[in-house]
Design a binder for this molecule. Sequence first.
Ligand SMILES: *Cc1c(COP(=O)(O)O)cnc(C)c1O
Length: 424
Amino acid sequence: MSDDPPTPRLLGEQTRAVHLPPAPRVVQEPLGQAVWRTSTYAFDTSQEYADVLAGRAPGYSYSRIDNPTVDAFASAVAALEDPVGTGIRGEAFASGMAAITATLMALTGAGAHVVAPAGCYGGTWSLLQHTLSRFGVDTTFVDGTDLDAYAGAVRSRPTALLWAETLTNPTMAVADLPRLAALAHDVGAVLAVDSTFASPAVCQPLRHGVDLVIHSATKYLGGHSDATGGVVVGREELISAIRLVRVETGGVLAPDEAFLLRRGLATLPLRMARHCASALALARAVVEHPAVARVDYPGLPGHPGHDLADQLFLRSDGVTRYGGVLWVVPHGGREAGLRLAELLRLPATGASLGGTHTLVGHAATTTHRQLDDAALAAGGIDPAGVRISVGLEDVEDLAADLLAALDQLTGSRGAHTDSAATRR
Ligand SMILES: *Cc1c(COP(=O)(O)O)cnc(C)c1O
């Protein structure tokens, strides 16, 4: 019998490969953000684990519930939407539609009434019309620029939620946020606004009385067409209800996407300044072109939302930005619109907006393909219209390309009459 202590058992190779030494703890704030690519966390005790789960102790437990990289993105958007910091929070999602779904599910239920614009984003329209209706949520769709229509719908029966879009695709209608907020609050409803087309560098809807701001971060917030995400910003009590639905339904943003989206925010004001200045310059450059029937852009004085944009989008530096998307309607109907999109050489053709590249789409054949001419007319969408999401290219190049395409369109139509009466 030996008195020697037993030699500790050497762990096997695969066990040691799994139980690697922990990564170093970082004390200094990294300037570049860390990506916490983990789904779970290790606790010292089950009690500590229980305390974090119950919110009695700070910390992270599971990435469907919370993730530091994702939280960093959500709170960054909240800081941009609410620069004076009145205790609002952000919650991030896997996509804009996941954010919209969680918001609608948190604030409505069987028997609830929603009032939303008929021309709202197609995914939102379809979610309300086809899916949430099966769960007893009833939506009245109204002309989003007609406050009387909103008021009529709100007064017809108890209403839980008013939905609006700061700028509406594709004709860039501007929502009267202060009046809609007053209407909602009069009847104890919540006003939620999809502000994707504006971004906080154009408009901060919370300052105009809006309760919840939603973004498809896939567009301007990320800004590089390389990540999909969504975010909701608002008061704590609303956000915690929305957060609960997110945890339950699982539409969580991935840490890698959150990294890219938050990195995008660092250049959001610079990018938006460029997108908007270029869009305004292009709108002015083509509005008088003989091939053009009309241009819808809130920066043009004839646009029905121009004065409202001047009021709502006025920044503290005295500058007003009108968004980075314009709607160009050539003479010659559907065929001319299709042709114009094809004659453009610099822009890519495709879905989405808000990226570095200029993107064009002929709405009637792409984003609004389900609508026949009558339905397009009802939505105020001209079948000839081409949507241009103006990118970060040099505006001289974009203008030269657009004018050349319009010249070709004019040539192909032969003699034309100037129809300034239809132009604005
Ligand atoms: C793209 C978009 C959405 C949906 O966002 P996803 O990130 O594609 O889910 C919602 N609203 C508006 C206005 C959009 O442009």
